[in-house]
Design a binder for this molecule. Structure first.
Ligand code: SUG
Length: 444
């Protein structure tokens, strides 16, 4: 029996709006606005605590240190004084923002994870994403590879691979473009990879560069030794990418045997989806529950604005109440409650006896959402057996006590507001770097 643990990544003290998200409309719209790092971190922490309170094993990763001043130096920018940092901001604003980025908070981009039972070697396989599509994210790969090894390295049967080579044809953004469907025990799994059209590379329109390639998906499937009969590759609809769907998890989601997607999620995928449903039924003896949402119920632009498909779906395991837990619960962004089409859609899904969704919690993640990150972007799922969960280091497993301690640290150390120009003050930049170091010292 497999249980999915969730790993969220704590927002860093330099969280800001750099406008760097490729094809990410929210990030572009909020570029250079003042951010609220303290609120951002508390919002993410509260979301993770809600998941923990519903009985899902919830872990946290701490922020890597920012700024990466050596990276700015590698680009020929001076970093020895506030004057030099100001000059760097003016000469190379993207590089400057990237050096301070807190984009590591979107844990769904950290890696692609394959459950041990899906792999020929019967080991858990993890490929940290190379994230080479954007200025600010490529540096995360090595940092998160070492964080994942620290957390999961205690397991005997786990392979953390190197990220794929950093070349354009192997662009990889991790679990945001990978989905697992499985039977009720989690022992029979199917892996679905989603990629963008590489022909885009020939066009001059880099604003909507597809971030995941077929070659990257195939390489991961090979190195994880996935069963080809249980592995599917679907192409993202180019129209969706240019409407702001920069990752598959902005337009499609899965949990257990449930697959929910927009009708414009994929290009010419009907046959493959029917084959998937048929293989799933044969292998598990149960039907794949596929819910396709039409544009008439949810126009594409409202799907992107609300981030409905980025709702988390979990199977709660409430231990402290005598009433039965709902089978599945949606954790949806507050925006889904505010936008009429998504509120109606969720009400309808939750009321219908034809699917396992029985409740919804709306969460406020306004700071992450303004950079294009919803509830599901903030977590990485890892399917493990109960005994393996017992072997993970407990220090970063979220419970009420850890939540309280982290809340106090965030309230004490994180800036309330931040603008990019504030970061030109070298002493302040060093102080913020020290915050991440202190967190690691105190909580690791
Ligand atoms: O890569 N935003 C992230 C959002 C990632 C969302 N993750 C998933 N969908 N799984 C991105 O575009 C914005 C940063 C800035 O502009 O400062 C940013 O990187």
């Amino acid at each position: 029996m497999f249980t999915e643990i969730n790993i969220d990544a704590l927002v860093g003290p330099t969280h800001h709006f750099g406008g760097l998200g490729v094809g990410n409309l929210a990030s572009q719209q909020h570029a250079y606005r003042a951010s609220r790092p303290r609120e951002a971190a508390l919002q993410g922490l509260r979301k993770a605590s809600l998941i923990a309170s519903l009985g899902v094993p919830q872990y946290l990763l701490l922020p890597p240190t920012r700024p990466r001043l050596t990276w700015l130096q590698e680009l020929g920018l001076g970093v020895d004084s506030s004057t030099q940092l100001s000059a760097a901001l003016h000469a190379a604003p993207r590089a400057f923002s990237a050096a301070f980025s807190s984009a590591f908070m979107w844990a769904a981009n950290m890696a692609t994870v394959s459950a041990a039972c899906d792999c020929r070697s019967r080991r858990l396989h993890i490929t940290p994403a190379n994230l080479i599509s954007s200025w600010h994210r490529a540096g995360e790969a090595a940092e998160r590879a070492s964080d994942l090894s620290r957390l999961l390295g205690a397991l005997d049967d786990c392979t953390v691979h190197l990220p794929l080579p950093s070349i354009l044809p192997l662009r990889d953004e991790g679990a945001a473009n990978h989905m697992r469907l499985c039977d009720a025990t989690g022992e029979v799994g199917f892996n679905v990879f989603v990629y963008g059209d590489d022909a885009k590379l020939d066009s001059s329109d880099w604003q909507f560069l597809p971030r995941q390639t077929l070659a990257a998906c195939q390489a991961i499937a090979r190195r994880h030794q996935l069963d080809p009969q249980h592995t599917f590759f679907l192409q993202q609809h180019p129209g969706a990418i240019s409407a702001g769907v920069f990752h598959n998890d902005v337009i499609c989601t899965t949990h257990g045997s449930l697959l929910i997607h927009h009708e414009l999620a994929f290009l010419d995928a009907e046959q493959a989806l029917q084959r998937l449903a048929e293989c799933f039924r044969q292998a598990t003896g149960t039907p794949l529950l596929r819910i396709q949402i039409g544009s008439s119920d949810l126009p594409l632009d409202e799907a992107v604005r609300s981030y409905f498909f980025n709702s988390q779906i979990i199977s709660p395991r409430c231990v402290r109440t005598s009433s039965p837990s709902p089978r599945m619960v949606l954790i949806s962004p507050q925006q889904c409650h505010e936008i009429a089409s998504t509120r109606r859609l969720i009400d309808r899904l939750v009321a219908s006896p034809e699917n396992p969704l029985e409740a919804v919690h709306y969460v406020s993640l306004e700071q992450s959402m303004a950079n294009g990150g919803g509830p599901a972007c903030l977590r990485l799922r890892v399917p493990l057996r109960e005994a393996e969960i017992g072997r993970l280091p407990g220090r970063l497993r979220l419970d009420l006590q850890l939540e309280e301690r982290l809340t106090a640290a965030i309230e004490r150390w994180y800036p309330e507001t931040l603008e990019l120009a504030d970061l030109c003050d070298l002493d302040y930049a060093r102080e913020l770097a020290q915050v991440s170091m202190n967190l690691r010292k105190e909580f690791h």
